[in-house]
Design a protein around this ligand. Structure first.
Ligand SMILES: [Zn+2]
Ligand SMILES: [Zn+2]
Length: 267
């Protein structure tokens, strides 16, 4: 059986208390989702790693089984009309590909919070080296074949403040990797909810970056989704409509979620 949902009825980027920096039980996110247009809710907490990398922003690997149990409990609850999926948000590194694949989750999404050598990107204000590391890591993730979508590809906006030739060429490389791989990119609602950032070009969102998405529209062919990246139950679809207004204003193509014999894709 094939199920098809317009992505506007889907949110695949949702956290809950297990990651250590979100609040609320999985059940509270489901309760909130029931009051919205959502038909598919995917949980995607920050994936813990066997070597305990990035432990400041995620559960310990020893609790992964418990995370899976919490999400599966929500599946079993069969909340009316709401399909629940088990996912994870993964900081990609090539040496972790096998580990991620073996998780056997319904789907995986990727992001880059830590570039090569475990460096936390936020600490490298205006560093072109970090911008390039970020970009290389992001492209490798898109090309890995593990992920259904790339989260906040323009997250580099929180440390690289200028929209200059460097930023534009990195954005272009990420967009082209999305075109080539067919992996969708995300306009992130959490970015739209965060405080604005003062930059040489004026006050703007840390992310999403308008020029990034204008470039994606200009280059064409990027499947674009909007997720809330909720870290509180009440944010289950917060600012998502603003993201869709942006996508529609720019003429970005929003795909549908297709579930075909448990294989999940965006088309
Ligand atoms: Zn988080
Ligand atoms: Zn997230």
């Amino acid at each position: 059986m094939t199920e098809i949902y317009p992505y506007t009825e889907v949110n695949l980027h949702t956290h809950f208390f297990m990651c250590g920096h979100a609040t609320g039980e999985a059940s509270e996110y489901v309760d909130q989702a029931l009051g919205t247009r959502l038909k598919v809710l995917g949980f995607s907490d920050h994936c813990p790693l066997p070597d305990h990398s990035y432990s400041g922003s995620r559960m310990d690997i020893a609790r992964l089984g418990q995370y899976v149990d919490y999400v599966n409990e929500q599946k079993e609850r069969r909340a009316r009309g709401l399909k629940i999926l088990l996912g994870a948000e993964c900081d990609y590194r090539p040496d972790l590909a096998g580990f991620y694949r073996d998780l056997g989750f319904d789907y995986l999404i990727c992001s880059v919070h830590y570039a090569n050598s475990h460096r936390y990107i936020s600490y490298y204000r205006n560093s072109p080296d970090m911008l390039h590391e970020y970009t290389d890591n992001y492209i490798a993730a898109l090309q890995s074949g593990l992920f259904i979508l790339g989260c906040h590809p323009d997250l580099f906006g929180l440390f690289y403040l200028d929209w200059d030739a460097e930023a534009r060429s990195c954005a272009k490389a990420i967009i082209e990797a999305s075109q080539d791989s067919g992996v969708a990119l995300e306009i992130n609602g959490y970015g739209l909810r965060k405080p604005l950032l003062s930059t040489p070009g004026g006050l703007r969102h840390q992310y999403p970056l308008n020029p990034f998405w204008e470039l994606a529209a200009e280059l064409g062919g990027v499947k674009t989704v909007v997720n809330s990246d909720a870290h509180r139950p009440e944010d289950i679809i917060a600012k998502v409509d603003e993201g869709y207004e942006m996508a529609s204003r720019l003429g970005l193509k929003v795909p549908s979620l297709v579930i075909d014999n448990s294989v999940i894709s965006l088309k």
